[in-house]
Design a protein around this ligand. Sequence first.
Ligand SMILES: [Fe+2]
Ligand SMILES: [Fe+2]
Length: 260
Amino acid sequence: MGTLDLRAYSAPLAPHVVRLPELADAAIATWRGRMINEHGSSRVFEGLAAQMREAGFPEGEIDEVREFAREERMHGVLCGAVVEALGGEARADIADGDPYPAHDDAETRTEAVLRNVLSICCLSETVAVSLIGAERIEMPEGELRTLLTRIYADEVGHSRFGWRLVARLAPTLDAATRERLGDYLEVAFAHLEQHELAHLPLASEPPPEGAVYGLCSGRDARDLFFDTVTQVIVPGLEAHGIPAGRAWAQRHEGADAAAE
Ligand SMILES: [Fe+2]
Ligand SMILES: [Fe+2]
């Protein structure tokens, strides 16, 4: 356990928000959760940059990923700024994150990098683009929407980076490598589903005015999550010859096997 304390960075950036006292606690909890998540994403991109360097990826691509890490740190500060604006504190206890997955069982370093790029950019960041995009459409004009737009634009970049990298490398992969990536995706999809559903509780049904704080229906967000996986991510990966449809269908078996 540790403490993430972004108050000194976040407080000066607090956006102007309308006052809806009955929704403030729910909004503070939501944005504090995001602050933790976003900050954690910066460590993930630092890990990816280091792994890509080890694997001999082009310097320009590594620089992009390091920039993503910086953007995620800023997203953490911005989400903390919303917490401060709502009357909360941009501070939280955080668990020690999982170690960055090295995937030493992959046949090549490039394959190990690809697994993480699939999981981070093609899955998590693509889902983030959908969920944040929907939330942004619902949100009225104002400083909070401007803040969310800034985060959204960066998440689009994080997602597209992964899809570009997969498009570049997929034609170089042999059939066995594609199969192994499909096997890996079973585990990655299971983790993605578990993580997203934990953050989108069905019990969350805020009133319509919650849209000014970015509070949305857990049920609608879950529907959008599943649509994003089945209509965007799975066909997108299949188009590159990666058996993502099979992986999604078998994700629960994959997770059970990994837990044994
Ligand atoms: Fe982010
Ligand atoms: Fe991101």
